[in-house]
Ligand binder design. Structure first.
Ligand SMILES: Cc1cc2nc3c(=O)[nH]c(=O)nc-3n(C[C@H](O)[C@H](O)[C@H](O)COP(=O)(O)OP(=O)(O)OC[C@H]3O[C@@H](n4cnc5c(N)ncnc54)[C@H](O)[C@@H]3O)c2cc1C
Length: 439
């Protein structure tokens, strides 16, 4: 019986799950608890928390391929995964104030000029635009409230009693606490709740699947240097492998035209990401993207990444390096400098390289090869250090409904499970909602 569904996190995954339930006349109670704010009150600087979670303030690129953005087809198969992606993309269009402006880029062939240095991943991407995401959020939220969903904002869930099917959430201001029973719980806390997920996994000794390390930098340069490739693939993903070393690198999450670097705060440390605005008023003609390494074979990859990120902090923030000393960290879309400490080549060699335990050289190789492929680039670039994807060990779930193998009434979804992007997270939420409706 699943009449009382409680969702922890109002991120992309759970918002899509709730939408699926309401669209299909679910007659139980749906409660969503989030430590952030509703879309009317959520300020720009709260990048990770609040309605639609990290997806609500992201660069709004909806990738449409099962090999991008984390795991989905492994649970439900290719065909079902694509059908779930369609549902997520339809939702974003449905609540978009100007759905006709959502465009798809779909490169079909690798251009010769990037060979032999790089491969290019080819897949379609729907572009929503960060600025529209705020409006989408409000429309979507109103729909869910009208559909009867009960939201508790600014409540942080601090404990879940899996055995008694009960959770406790606290609100700091005003001081309140909420105790809540559930029949079914959907756990979608995203990256901002990754430490809480880990804590629960330890407390309940949940079996997990190991994950590789993903760490690197956010690269930024004037867009003109990459225009030739952007014309073919807006959100290009270059990749190369060093098979013998168990390292593969890829460019990740490319932003163009109105491209801004964003600071992510996880565990009190700074790392970087990026987003793109659609409104012409924000145009800065910059390109930014992650250069991420996937490293196999590291013992305790989650702890290793956290330790590396800690070593890459200075003055309470991350680092910025450019070989062209006149190039500085750029401005955010709100006109402030991207928080970072500018470093020179010495710190790069004596702090960054040892912190990354010999792996940083692969990033430098990647950049050197980009200089060959994009000859005008030369030294006209900067990197924000680090960018990291904390892939905590994935809790072992039943593939048919993403419920924990030890607790079948608790479902893990989104970045808290194995997703790394909006479409996959939303699709995992939708997938779980479908199973609740079936039952
Ligand atoms: C700057 C930035 C840009 C991005 N750009 C893109 C992009 O263009 N395309 C793409 O596919 N992906 C992008 N991503 C990744 C994407 O946003 C995430 O993969 C996606 O939002 C994950 O969805 P989710 O529902 O799992 O978690 P989230 O959307 O992160 O939501 C999790 C929610 O849980 C809440 N929460 C956490 N812990 C607790 C707790 N203990 N109690 C109560 N509430 C809690 C948080 O407040 C948050 O609202 C970007 C991420 C960032 C940070």
């Amino acid at each position: 019986m699943s009449k009382n569904v409680v969702m922890v996190g109002a991120g992309v995954a759970n918002v899509n799950a709730a939408t699926k339930l309401i669209d299909n006349g679910f007659d139980g109670k749906i409660t969503i608890i989030d430590m952030g704010k509703d879309p009317y009150l959520r300020p720009y600087e709260e990048v990770m928390t609040g309605f639609l979670g990290a997806g609500g303030w992201s660069d709004g690129k909806l990738t449409y391929h099962t090999s991008i953005g984390g795991q989905l087809s492994k649970y439900c198969g290719e065909e079902k995964a694509m059908e779930l992606f369609d549902q997520v993309i339809d939702n974003f269009k449905r609540f978009h104030p100007k759905p006709e402006e959502v465009q798809c880029s779909n490169p079909i062939a690798e251009p010769d000029f990037i060979k032999p240095y790089f491969g290019l991943r080819l897949f379609p991407v729907w572009h929503v635009g960060t600025d529209y995401l705020h409006e989408i959020g409000k429309n979507w939220y109103d729909f869910l409230v009208d559909g009867g969903v009960e939201f508790h904002w600014e409540h942080k869930v601090i404990d879940i009693d899996f055995d008694n099917q009960e959770l406790i959430a606290v609100c700091e201001n005003p001081k309140l606490s909420l105790q809540c029973k559930y029949d079914k719980l959907i756990f979608g806390v995203g990256k901002s709740g990754i430490d809480f997920g880990k804590q629960l996994a330890e407390k309940y000794d949940l079996p997990t699947e190991p994950k590789p390390v993903q760490i690197g930098v956010r690269f930024e340069a004037p867009q003109k240097h990459f225009q030739k490739l952007i014309d073919i693939s807006y959100d290009f993903k270059l990749y190369r492998k060093y098979e013998d070393k168990g390292v593969s690198l890829r460019s990740f999450c490319t932003n163009n035209n109105a491209a801004y670097v964003a600071v992510e705060e996880t565990y009190g440390n700074h790392s970087y990401n990026g987003h793109a605005k659609k409104d012409e008023a924000f145009r800065n003609d910059m390109t930014n993207f992650g250069i991420l390494m996937e490293v196999q074979g590291i013992d305790k990859p989650f702890d290793w990444s956290r330790d590396v990120v800690k070593k890459l902090q200075a003055n309470g923030t991350g680092l910025y390096y450019s070989p062209k000393y006149t190039r500085q960290p750029s401005n955010t879309s709100e006109g402030n400098k991207v928080s970072s400490k500018q470093i020179g080549i010495d710190t790069l060699s004596h702090v960054v390289e040892p912190a990354m335990e010999g792996y940083f050289k692969y990033i430098i190789h990647f950049i050197e090869d980009m200089k060959k492929v994009f000859p005008t680039l030369e030294d006209d670039w900067g990197i924000y250090i680090p960018e990291v994807k904390y892939l905590s060990p994935e809790p072992l779930v039943n593939y048919e409904d993403l419920s924990l193998t030890k607790y079948p009434n608790i479902h893990f979804v989104g970045d808290a499970l194995s997703a790394r992007g909006i479409t996959v997270s939303g699709a995992q939420g939708t997938y779980v909602a479908e199973t609740l409706l079936e039952n």
